[in-house]
Structure formats: structure tokens, C-alpha cells
Design a protein around this ligand. Structure first.
Ligand code: UT7
Length: 331
């Protein structure tokens, strides 16, 4: 039995916000943002919700996989910015796409969310509990960002990406002799450093207990600490994943990394001694969309035929938690 991604899809809000637009809001410049992050513009919601974007991405993934919504067994939505705490976003997606036979729930591992959801789906599928899953990363981070904080508001964007994953009994041999399917995964968490990237919910104010008022319910970030964590942990975890399948960096065609900062991606490539050309990027156009970055990039690479059947891909993400992970698969 193999587990393969057979469809991908993505959806972005209509409105584009450039660095020049941000210059009107905070003391920053297009030059600073591009030099320090690689971002030129991002999409920002003007009404599109996490659930709406997720549903659009799912519809496209199902279309590519040539499946109907009624055939979906499991919907996993990774998000840290849902509109509603209840019901979960995955159930809203189930309703929006009409996947009446699916089990649906959310998972929050911030920017590692899509990867953790993909790994969770893989385990469900391997165990035979379900035969397929829609795995989604969807965010409207623009509502969690303090638009007066130049340290964070320049980084984030909104969007969603989805992958349809299914089990097959065929071997799916590719022209280059590789067998298409998920190969292995590695994931990790370090809660001791969680507060370097945080966002508070509302305070407890019940009939029995009142917490002190929370200072801010916007994203708070120590950018340099996150940067250090990412540049150390991501290459280590990719190496660990490759060792698990007895592969080296040279066996990998594409590294699809969480799009947080071009400098982080360049540093990971350097650590791994891998050609930077193997690291597709779209951060220039869409910014950091947290859990949505990897599936949106995967969808773009897949639809533009950059990624071809038989290519070996490493997906790797990191983010709040702190969380990190890597997956190895043959497309
Ligand atoms: O998904 C995970 C999410 N988070 C991340 O991946 C974040 C990882 N970290 C980063 O990407 C970088 O740390 C940032 C892009 C956030 C910041 O870049 P940096 O090179 O670490 O800059 P810095 O924080 O050290 O700031 C350098 C200077 C400071 O001024 P002084 O103290 O040197 O005078 C900042 O006040 O740049 C200033 N600065 C800005 N200037 C113009 C900070 N933000 C801005 C800004 N525009 N937007």
C-alpha cells in the first residue's frame, strides 16, 4: 500500500498589499522589507474567511484528484487564525464543499500546521482507518497582526492551500524507477521556547474567576530568536528525515520550505550544502501565510509542472510552539 498526494489546490484573497502600501502605515521601506525578508507584496483578506479560502483550495484539489466531495473520508484543517472557535473550520469546510461522509477536525501547529496535518493523515491512512484525506493549511493572519507593529505586520499574508492524499494498492512506478508516495516524516516541538512567538486569546472572565486583562491579543514575536531557531532546527530535521530513508541531500530534487524569510531559506540551503535552485520560493508575492505557505507553494510548483512525477521532495516547516517538521515524498 502506498500513500500519495493526487491533488493540490490553493486560494488567495483578491487584494494585494505591496510594501509601498505598508510605507503609508508604519515607518518602513520597500528596500528594508525586500532586503531583510524577500517579501514584495502579500494578499490580505477583505472579507474572505479562513473557511472560505480553505473550501476553495479543497475544491481545486478534489478536481485535480478527480474525486467528488462525497468520496472524502477525512478533512484536516491546520489553522491558527479561525474565525470561529466553535465549530471548527474543518466542519465549516465540510459544509461548504458538501463532503457529507467525512470526519472533520482542526489542528493547530502554527506554521508547521500543514505538515503536522499531513503527517496525521498519513498515520490514519497507513493504519487503514481512512482511505483518503483532504489536508489543508488556511490562514487569515491579517486579523492577528498589529498593523502598528512594523516588526510583524510586514511579514504576514492570508491564503490557503490543500492536498488530497489517498492510499493506493498499486506500486505507482515512475519513469525514473522511483515509486511515487510518502516516504517518511519527522516532527518535533519545543514548548520551553513557546513565548518567542505568541498570540493571546481573550482572558478568563467567568462567574468564578477573572484573569488579569491581557495586554495584547495580537501576534508578539522575537524575530531574531525565531530566526536562530529556524536556521538551526530546519536543516537538522531535514537531515534526520533523509537519514531515516537512507537518502542524502543529493537524492532530493526539491526542498519546499515554509516561506518565512528568504534569508532563512538561503541559510538552510547553505547548511545542507544544497543548490539554492532546488528551493522554489513564492514569498516575494505572498509573504508568510503560516500553515498555508507549504501547500500553496506545492500547488504552484505542481500546476506549473516545475515538480514532475518521480521527483523526490522534502517539505519542511517551523513556527510557533515552537514546532518543526520535515516530510520526504516522491511525487
Ligand atoms: O513563521 C515564522 C514566523 N517568524 C519568522 O520567521 C521570523 C524570523 N525572523 C525574521 O525574519 C527577522 O528577524 C525579521 C525580518 C523579523 C527582522 O529582521 P532582522 O534582520 O532580525 O531585524 P532586527 O529585528 O534585528 O531589526 C534591525 C533594525 C532595528 O533597528 P535598530 O535597532 O538597528 O535601529 C529595527 O528596529 O531594523 C528595524 N526594523 C525595521 N526597519 C524598517 C524592524 N522592522 C523594521 C521594518 N522596517 N519593518
Amino acid at each position: 500500500m502506498t500513500i500519495r498526494i493526487t491533488g493540490t489546490g490553493s486560494a488567495l484573497p483578491e487584494k494585494t498589499v505591496t510594501n509601498f502600501d505598508l510605507q503609508e502605515l508604519v515607518e518602513t521601506s520597500d528596500e528594508w522589507i525586500q532586503k531583510r525578508t524577500g517579501i514584495a507584496q502579500r494578499r490580505i483578506s477583505t472579507g474572505e474567511t479562513v473557511a472560505m479560502l480553505a473550501a476553495q483550495a479543497c475544491k481545486k484539489a478534489l478536481e485535480m484528484a478527480e474525486k467528488t466531495a462525497a468520496e472524502v473520508d477525512l478533512i484536516l484543517v491546520a489553522t491558527c487564525s479561525p474565525e470561529l472557535l466553535l465549530p471548527c473550520c474543518a466542519c465549516q469546510v465540510q459544509d461548504l464543499i458538501g463532503a457529507s461522509n467525512a470526519v472533520a477536525f482542526d489542528l493547530n501547529a502554527a506554521c508547521s500546521g500543514f505538515l503536522f496535518a499531513l503527517n496525521t493523515a498519513q498515520v490514519y491512512l497507513q493504519s487503514g482507518v481512512y482511505k483518503n484525506a483532504l489536508v489543508v493549511g488556511s490562514e487569515v493572519l491579517s486579523k492577528l497582526v498589529d498593523w502598528n507593529d512594523r516588526g510583524t505586520c510586514i511579514l504576514f499574508g492570508d491564503g490557503a492551500g490543500a492536498a488530497f492524499v489517498e492510499t493506493t494498492n498499486e506500486q505507482n512506478l515512475c519513469e525514473n524507477g522511483r515509486s511515487s508516495g510518502m516516504e517518511c516524516m519527522v516532527q518535533g516541538s519545543d514548548g520551553t521556547r513557546g513565548m518567542v512567538l505568541s498570540c493571546a486569546e481573550r482572558a478568563v472572565n467567568s462567574a468564578f474567576f477573572s484573569e488579569e486583562k491581557i495586554e495584547s491579543s495580537y501576534i508578539q514575536m522575537d524575530g531574531q530568536e525565531v530566526y536562530k531557531f529556524a536556521t538551526k532546527q530546519v536543516p537538522a530535521c531535514i537531515q534526520q528525515a533523509l537519514e531515516k530513508v537512507e537518502m542524502t541531500v543529493d537524492d532530493v530534487d526539491w526542498f519546499l520550505l515554509h516561506q518565512a524569510n528568504v534569508r532563512i531559506i538561503e541559510s538552510v540551503a547553505k547548511h545542507l550544502k544544497a543548490d539554492i535552485k532546488k528551493f522554489p520560493m513564492n514569498i516575494h508575492n505572498v509573504g508568510n501565510m503560516s500553515s498555508a505557505t507549504i501547500p500553496v507553494l506545492l500547488d504552484e510548483c505542481c500546476r506549473s509542472s516545475k515538480i514532475k512525477r518521480g521527483d523526490r521532495i522534502v517539505l519542511s516547516g517551523f513556527g510557533a510552539g515552537l514546532t518543526y517538521g520535515a516530510s520526504v515524498l516522491v511525487w
